[in-house]
Design a protein around this ligand. Structure first.
Ligand code: IPD
Ligand code: CA
Ligand code: CA
Length: 263
């Protein structure tokens, strides 16, 4: 069996290869269809990337089970001991369809139900975010760390829980939270990829991120990366995140995270 550094390297190699499927995409809008839920789109490329990832990751770790976004995989389930891959083949599908070039491949390896390796790859600019528990977080070869200063010096990013926009609780909760935080921070950003939002906290580009509901495959890989970068990630009540059910997400540098509960 490979040692864990090789394992992370091999997962990154697979992510990079999968990225070339995204880069070769053409006529994307023609391949889209709507899934259950509001405004929830999928393209043939989401499915092709997921199929590719499952094949390659199974070759790498045949004993692993899978959680993932597209057809055939559970989006969440009770966790087993041993290895589980939690994958989002394209995080930022609406960006992908609209040519925004802000979409990533997100691969997490859980060991006994806990975050172990996280890989998030943006094929458009070649940025590979990666971390293994206890060994620091990196973008490509550069070590990264979350910011340690407060909200007034930092950008705040957020997600709109777009697939739940007709549920008043999520819709109102999002914009009320923004109303509360906007006066305290430098400015707001909406990237359109939750995995990348959390990696940007890890890289110290933004100070705080929240979204009222996300699936484990949206945040699993990035959660390993942000924690290894000295950031904090919990649900919006301050409780530990889980990988077996959807939860709200609050991620930030330690001071921004603390200020969230004070404002
Ligand atoms: C979505 C993106 C988006 C977030 C949504 C996610 P998808 O993932 O991460 O930024 O606001 O809640 O579902 O559908 O593009 O993989
Ligand atoms: Ca996603
Ligand atoms: Ca997706």
């Amino acid at each position: 069996m490979n040692n864990s550094t090789d394992l992370k390297q091999q997962i990154m190699d697979i992510a990079r290869e999968a990225g070339s499927i995204m880069l070769s995409a053409h006529d994307i809008e023609k391949t889209q269809s709507e899934k259950a839920g509001d405004f929830n789109l999928v393209t043939e490329y989401d499915v092709a990337v997921q199929t590719f990832l499952i094949k390659k990751l199974k070759e790498l770790l045949p004993e692993a089970s899978f959680i993932g976004e597209e057809a055939g995989l559970d989006s969440h389930k009770p966790l087993e001991d041993g290895y589980t891959f939690v994958i989002d083949p394209i995080d930022g599908t609406s960006n992908f369809i609209h040519g925004m070039m802000i979409s990533v491949i997100s691969i997490c390896l859980l060991k006994d139900g806990k975050g172990y390796i996280g890989v998030v790859y943006n094929p458009y600019n070649g940025e590979m975010f990666h971390a293994e528990k206890g060994k620091g977080a990196f973008v490509n070869d550069r070590k990264i760390s979350a910011r340690t200063d407060g909200l007034e010096h930092n950008l705040l990013s957020f997600g709109t829980s777009p697939y739940h926009r007709n549920e008043e609780h999520y819709f109102k909760g999002t914009f009320e939270t923004l109303e509360r935080l906007f006066p305290k921070c430098l400015d707001l950003r909406r990237l359109g990829s939750a995995a990348l939002d959390i990696c940007y906290i890890a890289a110290g580009r933004t100070g705080l991120f929240f979204e009222l509901i996300l699936q484990p495959y949206d945040y699993a890989a990035a959660s390993v990366i942000v924690e290894e970068a000295g950031g904090v990630i919990t649900d919006m009540n301050g409780d530990p995140i889980r990988f077996d059910i959807p939860v709200s997400i609050l991620a930030g540098g330690p001071e921004c995270y603390r200020e969230f509960f004070e404002t």
